[in-house]
Design a protein around this ligand. Sequence first.
Ligand SMILES: *[C@@H]1O[C@H](CO)[C@@H](O)[C@H](O)[C@H]1NC(C)=O
Ligand SMILES: *[C@@H]1O[C@H](CO)[C@@H](O)[C@H](O)[C@H]1NC(C)=O
Length: 571
Amino acid sequence: MAETPNQSRDKSSASPWFMRSALAIGLAVVFIALLNNARQSSTSHWLESYGPGTESETCQQVPKLSPTNKRVETYIRETVQSAEYQREVIKKLSGIIQIPSESYDELGPIGEDDRWDIFFQIESYLKDTYPTVFQNVKLDHANTHGLILTWQGSVSPSQAKPILLLAHQDVVPVLMENVKDWTHPPYDGHYDGEIIWGRGATDDKGYLISIIETLDLLIKSGFTPKRTVILAFGCDEEISGENCGRPISNFLHEQYGNDGIYLIMDEGSTGIQREFDRSFAMIGVAEKGYLDVGINVSSTGGHASNPPDHNAIGILSEIVVAIENNPFLGKITSKNPMFHFLECAAVYAAGSSFPMSDRRTLSKAAAQDNNISQKQLDQALGNMKYHFRTSQSMGKINGGVKINAIPETASTMVNLRLAVETSIAQVEAHYESLVKTISRKHGMVFKGFHSTCDPSVSRKICLFGVDALEPAPISPADAESYHILSGTIKNVLKPLGQDDELIVTPYLMPANTDTKFFWALTKNIYRFTPVNLVENLNRAHTTNEFIRADEFVREPLFFASLILNSDDVVD
Ligand SMILES: *[C@@H]1O[C@H](CO)[C@@H](O)[C@H](O)[C@H]1NC(C)=O
Ligand SMILES: *[C@@H]1O[C@H](CO)[C@@H](O)[C@H](O)[C@H]1NC(C)=O
């Protein structure tokens, strides 16, 4: 059924151009055209060439990687299976959930706003709960509440770059009026024998306890690392990250310099999931970018009995409609980690769960075939649509205060998540071109991004960017650390349902984490939660957040194996 790449080139569109050029310009062009042909055919009919069981270089899976230190591995494997340990670690998670370390958008600086003081309680709790860890690590504070725990390896960090595990202490607030909607109160940390309930259970206190527990187990096992292990706990991941995320990064940067870290693990909105009827371990190797765009329209006010044809509200509405009518286009390029996820799906998913018609559509889109409509592309991508395009969502609109007065200003805010192929500058250029046209039509002064919105001009449209973040650099899938992480996943984690194999694949995070401050520290940043996200429905940020105990208690085995495996490659 699958066409081979050689047959796949669409000859009807290529030959007229090919022949004209060859006649007009000569053999050199023929040669270039042939080269182009060869290059393009590698992406056209791309997904169609794979099928279940295809012998292929595509989506190569590494073998299970088991630490050479069997004694330590066995100690940890047996410990995490013991009922006593499980009871204890669940109690530790419940306890930290009981400290409501909420971070609020409008928090003042640390040291001035006393709502930060709750983080002193988190620090004391960790010290009381993990005395062995704190006796063995060096504790540093970044801006008071950013905690950095360094477990010094026997080899210097310049010879063996440290491994960095991140988590955050803060949680998104629970609104008073929503408390009644929780089955168990959000800050009880209630354990019902199966599930641990509460704000922070998954985001991110489960991760935090898992990684510090890992250190505790490794220390108690008698293991001494060659490679330094660092844990860093932010205090404001859910807001800006400026108060702890950035100071932690600055601290580590001073210690280890550019590219001074071996790998970073952080929470992921991805973990073990089922797509196309197969189990995948999805490693977030990139994050979409972020931009909030503000649009302010100012016009002359006056009495409603003598209105202009279009006032500020009308003109803003025209802009909103233009923005929605000109969305960013979906695109499939090999730069996007999701391209490689689709390849993995094509190789490992059954034909019935990834139909040939969808493969054909996506292959054509990947070959930049313009004959594929956006609608067809979206249909083939289903719920992955926004992994392949920049999203835009109007979140706020303001204008007018009185029914009989012509409004002087109207404004809106748009939230955008940038596709990996794009940049803030490109998105800004798109908005400027749309809005400029409307501005000109109405005889308004236009002020694009990066220009000042002059208050003395009465009729104007201003664009401005707030909270901008470029798409994250993409962590390379051919790095040694990526192979170690993949091999560790294969060794420790299990596929879901009846699947015989867990397929490890790169993936894209649509959301942002504190890793945005860490790009210079390493190329190898992995966002991954070692639990089954089908069972642990992602209820972060909403009511009834929870984590399943049987999976949570096993997380330290995963992190410990990762540390051991990373230690094994130190000379
Ligand atoms: C845009 O409008 C909003 C709401 O009216 C206002 O708060 C903000 O200061 C304005 N921004 C600029 C740059 O004019
Ligand atoms: C473009 O697609 C339409 C139907 O979707 C098809 O009829 C037409 O032949 C296609 N054109 C090319 C050049 O492939």
